[in-house]
Design a protein. Structure first.
Length: 108
């Protein structure tokens, strides 16, 4: 399954694999926002399995970040695939998804 939800260290962990493009955005949006609604204080996002991302996928990540902040929750990007890292680097958005976990992996 391309999007799985579990718990890690007492917080919600979402793992996305496969594409994060316009073709998946409509399907993933309610699932990602629902997970954010149900997270306590921290929502962790593992994008290590994402093999393709486009602007629709990026918009979805930015929406998730905004919604988490509006709910006073922390969004942690625990790992990113080379495809995701490339987009974040190209658009200089590394700081938008910084965290203690991501800083160690070069995302901050």
């Amino acid at each position: 399954m391309p999007l799985t939800q579990s718990t890690r260290d007492g917080h919600v962990l979402l793992q996305v694999s496969g594409g994060l493009t316009i073709f998946q955005a409509a399907e993933y949006k309610p699932q990602l926002l629902g997970a954010s609604d149900h997270a306590d204080d921290v929502l962790e996002l593992d994008l290590s399995g994402v093999d393709e991302i486009d602007t629709a996928g990026l918009q979805l990540l930015l929406l998730l970040r905004r919604e988490a902040a509006a709910q006073y929750k922390q969004l942690i990007l625990s790992s990113a695939s080379p495809a995701v890292q490339s987009v974040l680097d190209m658009l200089r958005l590394q700081d938008s998804f910084n965290s203690g976990a991501s800083a160690a992996q070069g995302l901050a």
